[in-house]
Design a protein around this ligand. Structure first.
Ligand SMILES: Nc1ncnc2c1ncn2[C@@H]1O[C@H](COP(=O)(O)OP(=O)(O)OP(=O)(O)O)[C@@H](O)[C@H]1O
Length: 951
C-alpha cells in the first residue's frame, strides 16, 4: 500500500461512552481498511459533503431538541444539505447575509456573550450536565471514590462547571469570570510521597496569559509559577485534556496521576514526577463544549474583532485531538463550535459587515495538499497530481500556502460542509493505537474580513445596511484551527513507519522551536540590535506554517491531549507515561516560551494597510463601484445610443428613400429609354415609309420614281404648274422651299426655264394625272406624317408628364423650390413648342388644301382650254398657282414657284420642268423630313432633360 493511498475507513458515530470504556487501543468504531481511508462524517459532527447520505443512513441524524443548548445554533446533519448543491471548486462571491445566521440566545451580551454552548442537553431534550452525560461512569466512580467530594452541579450549563473559588482557575479567554463554581471535585490520584511539585527540569506550571485588553481580574492564575503575564503580553492559552481510559481504572499508572481541573493541575507522582499547571485542565468528564468555552471561545471572538488566532491540538496518537477539534454529532468539537460562534458574532454585530473565506490543507509526509481542491484529473481521465503547494512569506500576510483554494462561505452550514469535504480528503489510517488515526497535520484557515457600516436611522429596522457602508478600511484576521497528527512509536507497517517518521520529525521540530523560543527571547534581550537569532522554522512545513503564530503575531491556544494510565501491558503503560510526560513538558514549554504580541489587524484602505490587496471586501467594493460606474455609464451611453440610433434610423430611412427614388428614377429612365427606342423605331419605320412613299412618286430615283416622275413631268408639257414640294407634314418651321439649282440632274441646266421639264411633260402628255398622283401621294404622306406627329406629340406629352411628376417628386427635396420654376418654365416652353407645331401643322394642312385646289383649278383650266392650247390653261393654272403660292406664302408657308416669270411668254406658261418639279419636291420633302426629325429630337431631348438632371 502506498503512502498516498491510505485507507480511509468509515467513522461511525462516536457516542459518549455509556459503559465501561475499553482499554487502549480504544476500540474506535472507525474501521481501518487497506484502501484509501477517509473519515466518514456520520461519526463526526461535521457532516461530509460527499458522504452525508451515508451519514444519515448509518447513524441517527443529530437533531437537537430545543432544550439541547450545548450548541443551539450549530447546524446538524439534519440541516446540512448535501454538498452536491455546492459546486466544488466554485467560490461564491457574495458577502455574508446577516439574516441567514443562526440566532444565539437572546440574553447574550455583544461584547462578551455567553457561549451558546453554555448549557447542554441530551438529544432527548433533557437538560443535564453534559459532563455527566459524556463522562464515563467509571470515571465518576473513580472521581467520587478518590475525592470523596460531592459534586455540585449547576444545571445551568457548562459555566457551572467552572470553579467557584477565587482560586479556581478561570479561563480568562472565556471571560466568564462571573461563572458560578459548582464543581470542586478533581481527580487526585495518590502520589508517591517523594514526588515533587515540579519536574526535575523545573516547574512546568504555566501561567495564565492575557490578551492586551483583558482585565487583570481575568488573569486568574497569573500568580502561578513563571507567570508570563507579568509582561502583560502573553496571549497564549495552554490547556491539557485527559482522555478517559476506562480500561485502566485500577491500574497502577492511573493511581500515580492526579488531575485537578479546578486548579488546572496535572500531577504525576511517578519517576520524574511533578505538578504541571496550565491555563486549563480538562478531566475525563469534560465535554467538548467545556473545552471550547475555556480554551477557544474567547480567542474566536477576538479573531472576529480583528486579531489573528491559532488553536491547535497536540498529543500522542489516539489521545483525542481529532475528538476535541471535530467532535461528534452529539458532542461537537472546537471547529464546529467556533463556526457557530463566528456566525453568532456576525449576527450580533450589525454595525459591521463581514466576508468569510475558508481553506483547508494537510501536511502529509512533508507535502502540502489542498483538501478542498478535489480530485485532479489528468488529460487521459486518470487521477492526476495536484499542483504543488508551496509556502511563501510576505510582510503583510506572513507565511501562507499557495496556490490554495479558498471558498467564500455565507452560513455555518456551508462552512461545515466545506470542512467536512476537507475531512473526507484527509489521510487517515488504522494504526496500532488508533483505528482511525490522522496521518497528517490538518489546518483549517478561516479568513475573516470585516468593515464598518454606518448606523441606520433610529427606529428604522428596514434600513438598507448595504447601502450604508462607511467608506472605511477592511480588517482582515485569520483563525487557524489545527489538528496535528499524533506522535507515535514505530509502527509495524512500512508506510505507517514512514508517515510516523515525518509526523515525529515535524513534531520534534515544533518542540525544538518552542523550546528555543525562551532562549531566543533571552538572546534577543542580550543581542538587542544584533539581528535575529535563528529558529529552525524551516526545518518542517508545520513549523514554517505555524511561524506567525509562534513568533508572536497571533493569539494562541494549545490543547494538549493525554491519556493517563495504560491499557494493559506494563510496556504500554510505561510508553504512555513517557509520551504523556513529553506532552506535558511540551505544553509547559509552549506556555512559558511563546509570547504573543498579537495586535488587532489594521484596517486597510484599498490595497494598503495590513490586509493589503487580498481583502476581498475591498476588492468587491471597488468592483461594485466599478460596476456601478459602468452601469451609469451604460445608461448615459444608452441615452446617447438611443439618440444615435434615432439619427441612424433617420439616416437609414433617408438612404432607403433615396435608394427607392433612384430605383424609381432608374425605372423611369428605362421607361424613357424604351420610349425613346420605340420612338426611334417608329421614326425609322416612318422614314422607311417616307422613303417608300418617295419611291412611289415623289423621289426621282432612277428606277420607278424617276420614271414616274418623268411621267409626271408630262404635265409640264401640258403647261401644268409645277407644285412645290410639300413633303412631310411634320415640319414645324416655315416651309420655305429653297430654290434648288439643278442638284440632281445635270441634264436640266435651265433651271426655271423649264425646257427640259416641258419636254418631259410633253413626253408624258399626262401632267395632270401625274400631278394628281403626286398630290395624292403627298396627301397620303402628309396624313401619315400627321398621324406620326400626333403619336409623337402624345408620347412626348405622356413621357413628359410622367417624367415631370416622378422626377419632380423625387428631386423636389434635393433641388429646392427654385428648381420648380425651371421645370415649369421648361414645361411651358414645351407647351409653346407643341402649340407652334400644331399651328404649323395647320399651315401645312392649309397648304395641302391650297395645292389640292390648285390642282383642281388646273384640271378645270385644262378642261376649259380643250379647244385652246393647253398652254393657256397651263398658264392660267400656273398663274393661279402662282397666286395660290402667294397666298400660301402669306399664310406662312413660303412656296416659291420655280415656274416661268413671264405669263406672256409661252415659256412662263409652261409648268416647271418635270425634273425641277421632282427635285423641288424631293428637296422639300428632305427639308421637311429634316425639320421633323430635328423637332422630334429636340422635343425628345427636352422631355428627357429633367430626368437626367434629376439623376
Ligand atoms: N474525551 C474523550 N471522550 C471520549 N472519547 C474520546 C475522547 N478522546 C478521544 N476519544 C476517543 O478516542 C479515540 C481516538 O481519538 P482521536 O481519533 O480523536 O485521537 P487522535 O489524538 O486524533 O489520534 P491520531 O493522532 O491518531 O489521529 C476515538 O475513538 C475517540 O472517540
Amino acid at each position: 500500500m502506498s503512502g498516498n493511498t491510505l485507507p480511509r475507513p468509515s467513522r461511525p458515530s462516536i457516542a459518549p461512552p455509556s459503559g465501561p470504556l475499553p482499554s487502549l487501543p480504544v476500540a474506535k468504531t472507525r474501521n481501518s481498511t487497506a484502501g484509501p481511508a477517509s473519515r466518514v462524517p456520520s461519526s463526526s459532527f461535521l457532516p461530509s459533503a460527499a458522504a452525508s447520505n451515508r451519514a444519515v443512513s448509518s447513524s441517527p441524524a443529530y437533531r437537537p431538541s430545543p432544550k439541547h443548548n450545548t450548541s443551539p445554533s450549530v447546524p446538524t446533519l439534519a440541516n446540512v444539505s448535501p454538498a452536491g448543491s455546492l459546486p466544488v471548486g466554485k467560490s461564491l462571491r457574495k458577502t455574508v447575509s446577516i439574516g441567514a445566521f443562526p440566532q444565539p440566545p437572546r440574553h447574550m451580551a455583544r461584547s462578551n456573550p455567553a457561549s451558546p454552548l453554555s448549557t447542554s442537553s441530551t438529544p432527548s431534550g433533557e437538560t443535564v450536565n453534559q459532563r455527566m452525560s459524556s463522562a464515563p461512569k467509571v470515571s465518576l466512580h473513580s472521581r467520587d471514590s478518590s475525592l470523596k467530594k460531592p459534586r455540585t452541579s449547576n444545571i445551568g450549563g457548562a459555566r457551572g462547571l467552572l470553579p467557584k473559588s477565587p482560586l479556581a482557575p478561570t479561563s480568562f479567554l472565556n471571560g466568564s469570570v462571573d461563572s458560578v463554581a459548582v464543581d470542586t471535585s478533581h481527580l487526585s490520584l495518590p502520589s508517591p510521597p517523594q514526588s515533587r511539585n515540579s519536574s526535575p527540569q523545573g516547574s512546568y506550571a504555566t501561567s495564565a496569559t492575557t490578551f492586551e485588553d483583558i482585565d487583570d481580574e481575568s488573569r486568574g492564575r497569573s500568580e502561578t509559577k513563571n507567570s508570563s503575564s507579568k509582561d502583560g503580553k502573553g496571549n497564549v492559552i495552554v490547556s491539557v485534556r485527559v482522555r478517559p481510559d476506562v480500561g485502566a481504572k485500577d491500574s497502577k499508572q492511573e493511581m500515580e496521576w492526579g488531575v485537578d481541573n479546578k486548579r488546572a493541575l496535572v500531577s504525576y507522582r511517578g519517576r520524574e514526577g511533578g505538578d504541571y499547571v496550565y491555563d486549563n485542565v480538562f478531566d475525563t468528564q469534560d465535554n467538548n463544549a467545556r473545552v471550547y468555552d475555556a480554551a477557544a471561545k474567547r480567542l474566536v471572538r477576538r479573531v472576529m474583532e480583528g486579531y489573528h488566532g491559532t488553536v491547535f491540538a497536540y498529543g500522542m496518537t489516539g489521545t483525542g485531538k481529532t475528538f476535541s477539534m471535530q467532535g461528534t454529532a452529539t458532542n461537537p468539537g472546537v471547529i464546529p463550535l467556533a463556526i457557530t460562534d463566528i456566525f453568532s458574532y456576525i449576527r450580533e454585530t450589525p454595525y459591521r459587515e463581514f466576508l468569510l473565506r475558508v481553506s483547508y490543507l494537510e501536511i502529509y509526509n512533508e507535502k502540502i495538499n489542498d483538501l478542498l481542491a478535489g480530485p485532479v484529473m489528468s488529460a487521459n481521465g486518470q487521477p492526476g497530481q495536484q499542483e504543488e503547494i508551496k509556502l511563501r512569506e510576505d510582510s503583510k500576510r506572513g507565511v501562507y500556502a499557495t496556490p490554495l483554494k479558498e471558498e467564500i462561505v455565507q452560513s455555518p452550514t456551508q462552512l461545515l460542509r466545506v470542512i467536512a469535504r476537507g475531512d473526507n480528503a484527509r489521510r487517515v489510517a488504522g494504526t496500532q493505537f488508533n483505528a482511525h488515526s490522522s496521518r497528517s497535520h490538518a489546518v483549517v484557515q478561516i479568513v475573516v474580513e470585516s468593515r464598518e457600516r454606518a448606523p441606520g436611522p433610529v427606529g428604522d429596522t428596514n434600513h438598507n445596511k448595504r447601502s450604508a457602508v462607511v467608506p472605511g478600511g477592511v480588517r482582515v484576521s485569520t483563525l487557524s484551527l489545527i489538528d496535528l497528527a499524533g506522535s507515535e512509536k514505530a509502527a509495524d507497517e512500512k508506510v505507517r513507519r514512514t508517515e510516523g517518521a515525518h509526523i515525529n520529525k515535524s513534531l520534534l521540530t515544533l518542540g525544538t522551536v518552542i523550546g528555543r523560543l525562551a532562549s531566543d527571547k533571552e538572546k534577543a534581550e542580550k543581542n538587542k540590535g544584533k539581528g535575529d537569532t535563528h529558529l529552525p522554522y524551516r526545518d518542517s512545513k508545520l513549523t514554517r506554517l505555524l511561524q506567525p503564530a509562534l513568533s508572536g503575531n497571533s493569539l494562541v491556544s494549545i490543547l494538549c491531549t493525554i491519556q493517563i494510565g495504560a491499557s494493559g501491558s506494563t510496556a504500554a503503560a510505561s510508553n504512555h507515561t513517557g509520551e504523556t510526560l513529553n506532552t506535558l513538558k511540551f505544553a509547559s514549554r509552549a506556555k512559558n516560551n511563546i509570547v504573543s504580541h498579537a495586535k488587532k489587524a489594521d484596517e486597510s484602505m484599498g490595497t494598503g494597510g495590513d490586509a493589503g490587496s487580498r481583502a476581498l471586501l475591498d476588492r468587491y467594493r471597488l468592483e461594485i463601484q466599478e460596476l456601478k460606474k459602468q452601469l451609469e455609464g451604460g445608461k448615459a451611453k444608452e441615452t446617447k445610443e438611443e439618440y444615435g440610433d434615432e439619427l441612424q434610423r433617420d439616416r437609414e430611412e433617408e438612404r432607403a428613400r433615396e435608394l427607392e427614388d433612384r430605383q424609381r428614377h432608374h425605372e423611369q429612365i428605362l421607361e424613357m429609354q424604351l420610349a425613346r427606342t420605340a420612338l426611334k423605331e417608329r421614326i425609322e419605320h416612318l422614314n422607311r415609309l417616307i422613303l417608300s412613299s418617295k419611291s412611289l412618286g415623289v423621289n426621282n430615283s432612277p428606277s420607278f420614281s424617276s420614271l414616274s416622275f418623268h411621267r409626271g413631268s408630262v404635265f409640264s408639257n401640258t403647261g401644268d404648274m409645277r407644285p412645290s414640294s410639300i413633303r412631310s407634314c411634320a415640319s414645324h418651321a416655315t416651309l420655305e422651299v429653297p430654290r434648288t439649282s439643278h442638284s440632281h440632274h445635270s441634264s436640266a441646266p435651265h433651271g426655271l426655264d423649264g425646257s427640259e421639264e416641258d419636254d418631259s411633260v410633253g413626253e408624258n402628255g399626262d401632267g395632270s394625272a401625274s400631278q394628281g398622283a403626286q398630290i395624292h401621294a403627298l396627301q397620303a404622306d402628309l396624313a401619315d406624317r400627321n398621324r406620326y406627329i400626333t403619336t409623337l406629340e402624345k408620347r412626348l406629352l405622356q413621357a413628359r408628364r410622367s417624367s415631370h411628376s416622378r422626377v419632380s417628386m423625387s428631386i423636389r427635396d434635393k433641388l429646392g423650390s427654385s428648381e420648380d420654376g425651371g421645370l415649369l418654365a421648361t414645361i411651358a416652353e414645351r407647351d409653346a413648342e407643341i402649340s407652334s407645331l400644331r399651328a404649323q401643322l395647320e399651315d401645312k394642312e392649309r397648304m395641302i388644301a391650297a395645292l389640292t385646289s390648285a390642282r383642281k383649278k388646273n384640271e378645270n383650266a385644262h378642261d376649259v382650254g380643250s379647244d385652246g392650247s393647253p398652254g393657256s390653261r397651263r398658264t392660267s393654272m400656273y398663274r393661279r398657282s402662282n397666286s395660290e403660292g402667294s397666298s400660301i406664302r402669306a399664310s406662312g408657308v413660303s412656296l416659291v414657284a420655280k415656274g416661268p416669270t413671264s405669263p406672256t411668254s409661252p415659256k412662263p406658261f409652261l409648268p416647271p420642268p418635270s425634273n425641277n418639279t421632282g427635285k423641288n419636291i424631293e428637296e422639300m420633302t428632305r427639308m421637311l423630313d429634316e425639320m421633323i426629325t430635328g423637332r422630334v429630337d429636340r422635343a425628345r431631348r427636352s422631355s428627357l432633360m429633367p430626368v437626367s438632371e434629376g439623376r
